[in-house]
Design a protein around this ligand. Sequence first.
Ligand code: SF4
Ligand code: SF4
Length: 353
Amino acid sequence: MSENSCFTPTTQLTFITTANCTAKCDHCVMYCVPGDKRKLTFEQMKATIDQYNKLSPLFLVVFSGGEPLLLGEDLYEALAYCDSLGILTRIVTNCYWAKDDESAERILRELRESGLWELNISCDDYHDPYVPFEYVKRAYKTSKSMGFSAVVIANSHSGKSKITPDYIKEQFGEDIYTKGDDDDDTLTDSRKKDGTFYMLSNATLQNVGRAREKISPDNFVAVPNQNLYTGCRWCVNHPAISPINHVWSCCGIQCDGNEVLDMGDLNKESAEDIMNRAYDNIFLVAIKKLGPMFLRDAALRIDPDLRFKDSYSSVCEVCQDLTENKDAVRALKANYFNIYQAIKAVEAKKDEQ
Ligand code: SF4
Ligand code: SF4
């Protein structure tokens, strides 16, 4: 990475461990379904952790999915391996395993003994048909005083949702520190007496992934287009490894086969080669610095006949609309140098201000 790069060395890595899940939520960003065979093995994850950790020390490794607990021993081994290297870990789970007190206690203990640092539990209207709310409550309550550093309930909701942060707090009979996606990253020190930081993550439903076909448009809150011209802090800085061992620019949307955001195949290339190519990729630089809306405008200037959505619920929705539009990507690739010049022009203008 050059000194002038807009990217920072990778300190956080996310494994989309599997496309297999016990649920088939209508809003699933990764299109996961029960029985999908795609998954990473412990050996693959270990090799990737070693490569990235050598490039720059990893601070946090996230195990998401699909449902990571379906990996069985491979998940516990990967957690323990990170722990042995001093790397913090998070799992994102739907809690299908908390069907009774005994199961909840046993799984949480195994996770804790494997060194898990943060338990992150998904809970909203769209998980509810597959994982009863009681399971989430049981997992949350059972995790108390088990020694996790953080326990987070991740809630995604629309104006029509039943399961909102307020509903969760009421049902849990507990006031839980609540933070939105756009809130300041600084955490207040609300660690409880048992040493654990409990939090409710409050996110607005996004019209990406499976939600595009399954959820009616009136559930999404449109963000005014002028507010969507914002660079993406996740792009390349927080890469994700897909269930088929590809490196994605982020975990915001499903990126296997995406011509812009699928950065390379770890089965064929080293992490170093993939990342070095990404650092020089002008489209990823543009998304990082100026955002996908900037690239969408650039594509429209090149070909005014391109068709995009009129409004969006998030920056990631713009990104998906743009990067999955093959004609738009073709137009941008054919005008690589013009995009480079456009980025420079915007930056020069910003410097003047
Ligand atoms: S949103 Fe989570 S729990 Fe639901 S299908 Fe996707 S991976 Fe599974
Ligand atoms: S804006 Fe694009 S690169 Fe950034 S997190 Fe969303 S999908 Fe990923």
